[in-house]
Design a protein around this ligand. Structure first.
Ligand SMILES: Nc1ncnc2c1ncn2[C@@H]1O[C@H](COP(=O)(O)OP(=O)(O)O)[C@@H](O)[C@H]1O
Ligand SMILES: O=c1ccn([C@@H]2O[C@H](COP(=O)(O)OP(=O)(O)O)[C@@H](O)[C@H]2O)c(=O)[nH]1
Ligand SMILES: [Mg+2]
Length: 239
């Protein structure tokens, strides 16, 4: 949970932490992305002001997004939000729209933006972290516009795992996680949806200088060596 203080300068220079706490209130989703975030030291005094850092992690099905996110979390302390995992969790917990979400995933199509954005919003709002990997989202221009409209900001960086189709198919078919969409029929549909709807999002952010294209063929560790410098280069902004 993040909190905002009426005057962050006051908060940072004041030794009267109790009055600072009194002035604090919880940030909503939009404020989180547009406000400096104050964190608290163990003694309850205001510590540092953080700026939220968001990386979108994009790439076709099986390109290794989730695998590399796990390594980024271990190395750089991000919170990993996989849109697909949030949707699968919504199905298994019988969340509203669960039948529709399941059908959409089986068909390899894209769940309506309002559903996915709401799940991401809840996950971010219930986190104490201020740096997030949003994996597998936005999957379409409509997703992107819906998200940016709500938060009033853009991601800091966009990672694009570039992988040949044959390699993606091979990986998805041997993923072995019991997913309803890891079969040859759905994967063919997902690849078409990726090219038609997700590549335009990557193009949009490329034009804005935000995309870092990563060659997603090679060992997991080799690929991470391409990813690591993107985060160390932004270390000041992140930490
Ligand atoms: N560099 C790699 N080389 C070979 N297999 C990989 C590599 N990265 C991930 N995998 C495997 O490929 C499958 C898909 O990876 P995953 O991270 O789930 O991709 P995505 O989230 O993009 O669909 C998983 O079984 C994973 O273990
Ligand atoms: O923002 C999203 C993310 C995922 N999905 C659906 O969930 C499926 C699985 O997504 P995930 O990111 O888990 O797949 P991956 O690319 O990692 O294999 C997709 O094919 C879509 O049907 C969606 O509709 N919107
Ligand atoms: Mg994934």
């Amino acid at each position: 949970m993040w909190w905002r203080v009426a005057s962050s300068r006051f908060a940072l220079t004041s030794s009267r932490s109790s009055s600072v706490h009194q002035a604090a209130y919880r940030l909503n989703f939009r404020e989180f992305f547009t406000t400096e975030i104050l964190t608290w030291a163990k003694d309850g005094r205001p510590s540092t002001v953080k700026t939220p850092f968001v990386a979108f992690v994009l790439g076709g099905p099986g390109s290794g997004k989730g695998t590399q996110c796990t390594k980024i979390v271990e190395t750089f302390g991000f919170t990993h939000l996989s849109a697909g995992d949030l949707l699968r969790h919504a199905i298994s917990s019988n969340y509203e729209n669960s039948a529709m979400i399941l059908d959409t995933i089986k068909e390899g199509k894209i769940v309506p933006s309002e559903v996915t954005v709401k799940l991401i919003q809840r996950a971010i709002e219930s986190s104490d972290n201020y740096k997030f990997l949003i994996d597998g989202f936005p999957r379409s221009e409509e997703n992107r516009i819906a998200f940016e409209k709500i938060i009033g900001a853009e991601p800091n960086i966009v990672l694009f795992f570039d992988c040949p189709e044959e390699e993606m198919v091979k990986r998805v078919l041997s993923r072995n996680e019991g997913r309803v969409d890891d079969n040859i029929d759905t994967i063919k549909k997902r690849l078409k949806v990726f090219a038609a709807l997700n590549l335009p999002v990557i193009k949009h952010y490329s034009e804005r200088g935000k995309v870092h294209k990563i060659n997603a063929v090679g060992t997991v560790d080799d690929i991470f060596e391409q990813v690591r410098p993107l985060f160390t280069a932004n270390e000041k902004e992140i930490e």
